[in-house]
Design a protein around this ligand. Structure first.
Ligand SMILES: Cc1ncc(COP(=O)(O)O)c(C=O)c1O
Length: 361
């Protein structure tokens, strides 16, 4: 078995090693067919079964109600930034957005191409170090929907509670889908690029309530209309076969781990180890306000940029990889998604303590 390092990359990110091993076999010879998975027709019996299994596992694990469609799309999570307003707005229709980081900002920019966008809250002036509480914003009464990013991958913030609204609720869950229990029935659309908590890059999962499929303006291009993909079970055109397969394998693994609740408990424990370490000293400073802290991405700083560079380099030497913070805020970031092992977090905490002792000046 290959020796693995602890990979704190924000995405594409650590996947369960047993999934990688299975995939390496299936790519060459899928279920003894003599054909590799990525050579197989997407309409073959074998691949249809893969797609069906992936969808039904996602439905089971997230308890997705029957009046929702699950779509496997391409174009990355970023394509949802325009597909959502393209399908739900038009003709001067309004939508409300919460601006809590780079990914909401990009979504707002795209949405403005299609409708009248109200930004009801922004933490940009505080370098996006927090998310709002319910009483800090109000949704414009004639808004079609309220849009928020559940977990802000770069800044390490996460909504502890799902915003409450009587509007259609839309969430980018790219970096925390399947990491904690959520009530899907409260949402109109949930979407997520797979490459953090679900699998490799290449597929974006969109969970959409049936009634929203009827709202798309007529002049919308076929490929960009949700209903096109919903009506054809995500097989209107060639889907991202390998990515769908790999998501299915990750979901099988997740189910074996005890499902989303078990994952949530593990995520609370893992993040707790890191935040306890940060809170136990002035040497490390967490970027996020405590009440907005993410369980998935822990962004923190050292006393200065030189020490941060040294920390990242020395960590890599002992097999703690990918700790460099995003270029927009610098510092360090530990991304600890579902498949990231607790032992890796413990090793990082031990290293943080040792580094502090050796470099405290
Ligand atoms: C929360 C969030 N949304 C959207 C994206 C963009 O995803 P993609 O690269 O699949 O377009 C990212 C990427 O890191 C992200 O973290």
């Amino acid at each position: 078995m290959v020796e693995r390092v602890y990979n704190f990359s924000p995405g594409p990110a650590t996947l369960p090693v047993e999934v990688l091993q299975q995939a390496s076999k299936d790519v060459v010879n899928f279920k003894e067919t003599g054909i590799g998975l990525i050579e197989m027709s997407h309409r073959s019996k074998e691949f249809m079964e893969v797609a069906d299994t992936t969808e039904s596992l996602l439905r089971e694990l997230m308890e997705i109600p029957d009046n929702y469609k699950v779509l496997f799309l391409q174009g990355g999570a970023s394509s949802q930034f325009y597909m959502i307003p393209m399908n739900l707005l038009g003709n001067g229709k309004k939508a409300t957005y919460l601006n809590t980081g780079t990914w909401s900002k990009k979504a707002i920019k795209e949405a403005k191409l299609f409708g009248d966008i109200e930004v009801a809250y922004s933490s940009e002036e505080q370098t996006f170090n927090r998310v709002p509480t319910q009483d800090e914003y109000s949704v414009t009464p004639d808004s079609e929907y309220l849009y928020f990013v559940s977990n802000n991958t770069i800044y390490g913030t996460q909504f502890p509670d799902i915003p409450q609204t009587d509007k259609i609720l839309i969430s980018d869950m790219s970096s925390d889908i399947l990491s904690r229990k959520i009530d899907v029935s409260k949402f109109g659309i949930i979407f997520a690029g797979a490459q953090k908590n679900m699998g490799p890059a290449g597929v974006t999962v969109v969970i959409i309530r049936d009634d929203l499929l009827e709202k798309t303006p007529e002049n919308t291009p076929t490929m960009l209309t949700y209903k096109t993909h919903a009506d054809k079970g995500s097989m209107f055109n060639t889907p991202p076969c390998f990515a769908i397969y790999a998501v299915g394998e990750v979901l099988k693994w997740l189910k074996k781990q005890g499902g989303v609740s078990a994952m949530e408990a593990r995520n609370v424990e893992k993040a707790g180890l890191l935040y306890d370490c940060i809170d136990g000293t002035d040497y490390y400073r967490g970027h996020a306000e405590k009440s907005s802290r993410s369980l998935m991405n822990v962004s923190f700083n050292l006393p200065n940029a030189d020490l941060e560079a040294k920390f990242i380099a020395e960590a890599a030497e002992i097999g703690l990889n990918g700790l460099k913070g995003h270029r927009s805020i610098g510092g360090c970031r530990a991304s600890i998604y579902n498949a990231f092992p607790k032992e890796g977090v413990e090793k990082l905490v031990a290293f943080m303590k040792e580094f502090e002792a050796n470099n405290k000046g």
